[in-house]
Design a protein around this ligand. Structure first.
Ligand SMILES: [Ca+2]
Ligand SMILES: [Ca+2]
Length: 203
């Protein structure tokens, strides 16, 4: 019995020390998905596909950067719509900020280009030590704000978007095209993204 109590004390001591000194999130991995003719690789020669991204250990307040390469395998220009899904815990979405460096979002046929993925772990993330989320590289043949997929982003899209406003996955008026950021709810965040594309024509 004395040995068991000693072992329990050691385990508790290790656990306490670990939590006292560790100020970050433990290594976490994101699954990577692609759509359309867009592919993701670790190398510029496009020989090693990216299946998962291991973020490693990130301290609170730090940003982790990981470099990958995208390739358009089709014969038409694609729009790179990089988004995330399946956040666990769901509230991690608001304090673990995922972004990327690319400003040119149109990817020409057969083009290969570098992308830096960034994950910022904010100081308000202190109750999250483990998380997971998927990264989706969408290769679209239209702008994300083109909700009715007719090539132009205009008032017709606003009407379709309005019909789906405040709907969630499973609702009768749910429209996945209106959920532009892919978080399974159509709200003001999607409206902002639609607004950025308003007036654009896919040519
Ligand atoms: Ca449209
Ligand atoms: Ca949304």
């Amino acid at each position: 019995m004395q040995v068991s109590i000693s072992m329990l004390c050691v385990v508790l001591l290790v656990f306490s020390v670990q939590h006292f000194f560790f100020k970050g999130v433990y290594p976490n991995v994101s699954a990577v998905e692609t759509t359309g003719n867009l592919k993701v690789f670790w190398d510029q020669s496009c020989t090693q596909s990216v299946i998962t991204i291991d973020w490693g250990t990130i301290m609170w307040g730090q940003t982790k950067q990981i470099m990958v390469f995208i390739r358009n395998d089709g014969n038409q220009t694609l729009y790179l719509n990089l988004k995330t899904s399946n956040w666990n815990p769901s509230y991690a979405y608001d304090s673990l900020l995922f972004s990327f460096n690319r400003t040119k979002l149109l990817v020409s046929a057969e083009e290969v280009d570098k992308i830096i993925l960034r994950l910022y772990v904010s100081l308000v993330t202190q109750n999250i030590h483990k998380f997971s989320f998927d990264i989706i590289f969408e290769g679209l043949d239209c702008f994300p704000g083109d909700v009715n997929k007719d090539g132009a982003v205009n008032s017709k899209d606003l009407i379709v978007f309005g019909n789906a406003f405040y709907s969630q996955l499973g609702d009768s008026n749910w429209n996945p095209n209106a959920d532009i950021n892919g978080d399974n709810i159509v709200n003001s965040k999607d409206a902002i993204l639609l607004g950025k594309d308003l007036g654009k024509n896919w040519t």
